[in-house]
Design a binder for this molecule. Sequence first.
Ligand code: GAL
Length: 668
Amino acid sequence: MTARALKVPGIAYGGDYNPEQWPEEVWAEDMRLMAEAGVTMVSVNIFSWALLEPSEGAYDFSRLDRILDMLHAHGIAADLATPTAAPPAWFFVEHPDALPVDKDGRRLSYGSRQTFCPSSPAYREAALRMVGELAGRYADHPAVVMWHVHNEYGCHNAECYCDVSAEAFRAWLQDRYASLDALNHAWGTTFWSQWYYDWDQILPPRATGAVPNPTHQLDWRRFSSDALLSLYEAERDVLREAAPATPATTNFMVMYNFDALDYWRWAPQLDIVSNDHYLQSADPESQIDIALSGDLVRSLAGGPWLLMEHSTGAVNWQPVNRAKTAGELRRNALGHVARGADGIAYFQWRAAKAGAEQWHSAMLPHAGTDSQIWRDVVQLGADLRALDEVRGSVGAAEVAIVWDWNARWAVELPSQPSGELHFQDLVRAWYEPLWRAGVAVDFVRPDADLSSYRLVLAPSLYLVDDEGAANLTAFAERGGTLAVGFHSGMVDANCHVRLGGYPGAFREALGVRTDELFPLLPGESVGLTGGGTGVLWSERVRLAGAEAVASYTDGPLSGVPAVTRNSHGSGSSWYLATQPDPATLAGLLDLIRRDAGVEPVRKAPEGVEVALRRGAEADYLFLINHTGRDAEVAVAPGAVELLTGKPAAGSVTVAAGEAAVVREPRRD
Ligand code: GAL
């Protein structure tokens, strides 16, 4: 985080504001209602390119001038977007080569948004020209407190397989490998006659007859993330030059199903990290997804962050789009604040009448102010004002979960021992019991500084480079507790198998050696001593220093260790060679946590979410009751519940479906 801080007091509140979609008479009502809701900051101009530049080089900023002046006159800050996520139709008519090409060689058409090739020179030039105009005009506008660069990079165009992208890919590869020989060895191209004799022979991994080379595919993911990152950096540099003190952000999508960008590489390039989060209708416990994504974003940011988008109710892009239940809007928003969000914003301010998102909820719904959503939105504004002092406070976790996009990409490549391993599901399975127990968690890269943690978990780390493996192993040697999930440590940074037995890089630290893998079929399970079962995976583990904590009780591996514990250096390391059923996994993680000496943030009844933010002067205990029963939680003497402003004498009662935020004297 840099000195380019957000100049908006307290917890910022607002959403995407698209006044250009409405007649100007409506704007006055917007200003009145934003004041009523307590809105302090809105994101504007995200999709306005076609209105700002009607034809190449001809600009009309008059409407945006009026919008920014109006916001300033009403004391509302602007998070001013560069409109580069949606180039106008004229641009594609003039530059049809800038349209992206999919894996099957189909060139897509314009008519929606983000239909550009990330490596297109014409796009880069047009986008930077527009950003230059915008920056020059508004760098000193008093409403502008932040630059919102682009929108959700890679949401619709994470990969382009055109010839221009192929050329950019080759340049990226030359930079990475310097010589073709090095590339051929890294990719293992002696296999299937894939040896390259000329850089020009290398293509993107386009649709082909059989399985493409895994390292080729992995480098393609790395390249595609970097191609978009370089667009972000180019825009940011133009903005920074014009307005050196104004922070820049771009909204991440650390959520289910989006895995295109390696956000560990992106986050250091942002002045303020922001994220978008939407509930999945099919997830019955989406509060856990909110917590996981919030912990991940806080970890990426290294501190507080902004929730740039979520929804007040239903979205419009799932098979069936569920509304939120009573109190859910408030619980969701406070759930993000609990995990470090210093700003809460929605897509969008006013529900659209026309366009592709006309059935998406908003702060001001189609029904107008006589609606539950509006009442909740106004209530939330008051809640966030009551939490002003929470701003800037940070998390304090003794547990770290290793999260790595390279490992995620690699484990989900085709032709794995099992096609059933989904990185985010594997991580969430381990995260859930910790969430239920109220244990604070950070996420880390494999090579992170681990000195502040007692316990490090690597639920899924199929690929790990040498540095990461050494770092994790050294953590256990120096007295930490390390727990590793199956199919981890298997391949190096080039996706080459680590030989000599599994789990490759962690064999020694875990004190086990596996000679063969026995993944389980969908629906199949294996019994475990102690009464539990395992799914997804089993393997023929032999002890090489570790002790067995549980073994398989049936199937071909009956009697073979399934969970092990090893004393390694002055620490200990655990191996889970199957995916235990949720109750068994919870029991094991409880055991491992106690082994590491980690305590929950606070004891609370089941279903009451607990999280702590630590400020310079006080601790802030968030209690969110996701159950239908009132719950009582003990708090420190001298505590105050901030949402009601009432002193809490020894304990607080959190009513069914409600939340409490308790200021406690800081404990060190
Ligand atoms: C986001 C996007 C917004 C809006 C929203 C709808 O992905 O940034 O512009 O489309 O989804 O849920």
